[in-house]
Design a protein around this ligand. Structure first.
Ligand SMILES: [Fe+2]
Length: 246
């Protein structure tokens, strides 16, 4: 499995505080069958985590994993809280994408709403050839109230990423139910952990994949798995067969 959203880097956001905690997370990731992790510290939320700092942190942690013979490959990324000056930040090379071709951008919306400028911002990004990946829509109040608000974004070529613990039931029955509806209606194209620690925000990837496989069949999981590979390789990915929840 490839995990495209994980706060595993030590001491730079609300993830692990020490290298030891990062290693414990890495060991659990490997146990769950994860082979590659996109390290996505918060950017523009409570933490800034500049591109240059993330690159160094990823290199340091990868060296430690290699030293301890833990078979996990790290890639550098960011979970970018959207803002009106995102385009300026991209143009001044401050943003890390999910892939080396700078196509896929992990975009986080605020928890309580969908800002009114989101659609025009994403449209502008699409014009630049960038594909925003909306992370954990199931935890945003706007999409919770009306998940079909994802449709215009998918129609414009954006993607959406479900968080594994949401479908595993960690955030309660309502979010689990919504997560299942999102998968059933193909409104999300991939699952990622958004893991922060072993203690309270663990991976749940094994459990989430198994739930999806049991409920929706192995093809859905195979497709999601392929999407994560294509994203990391910078290949074209389109959301397909998505439909409104009725
Ligand atoms: Fe996150």
């Amino acid at each position: 499995m490839i995990d495209l959203h994980c706060h595993i880097l030590p001491g730079i956001d609300d993830g692990p505080k020490t290298v030891k905690e990062s290693i414990a997370m890495a060991e659990e990731a490997v146990r769950q069958g994860i082979t590659h992790i996109l390290c996505t510290p918060h950017h523009n939320q409570r933490f800034s985590n500049e591109k240059s700092d993330v690159l160094v942190a990823v290199e340091d942690l990868q060296k430690e994993l290699d030293r301890q013979s833990i078979l996990l490959t790290l890639f550098e990324g960011q979970e970018v809280r959207i803002s009106r000056n995102l385009i300026d930040e991209i143009n001044s090379d401050k943003i890390l994408f999910a892939d080396v071709t700078d196509r896929y951008l992990l975009a986080e919306l605020p928890t309580n709403n969908i800002p009114e400028y989101t659609e025009s911002l994403f449209y502008e990004l699409r014009q630049m050839g960038i594909v925003p990946i909306i992370v954990h829509p199931e935890r945003n109040r706007g999409f919770q109230e009306n998940p079909n608000l994802l449709l215009p974004y998918l129609n414009m070529g954006c993607l959406a990423q479900l968080t594994a613990p949401s479908i595993a039931g960690v955030y309660g029955k309502q979010i689990k139910k919504l997560s299942e509806e999102l998968v059933q209606n193909r409104l999300v194209q991939m699952i990622a952990s958004d893991a922060h620690s072993r203690k309270d925000r663990d991976f749940y990837m094994e459990k989430a994949y198994s739930i999806v496989e049991k409920k929706f069949g192995p093809t859905v999981i195979e497709e999601m798995d392929q999407v994560t590979r294509d994203i990391i390789n910078g290949e074209q990915v389109y959301a397909k067969d998505f439909r409104p929840i009725v």
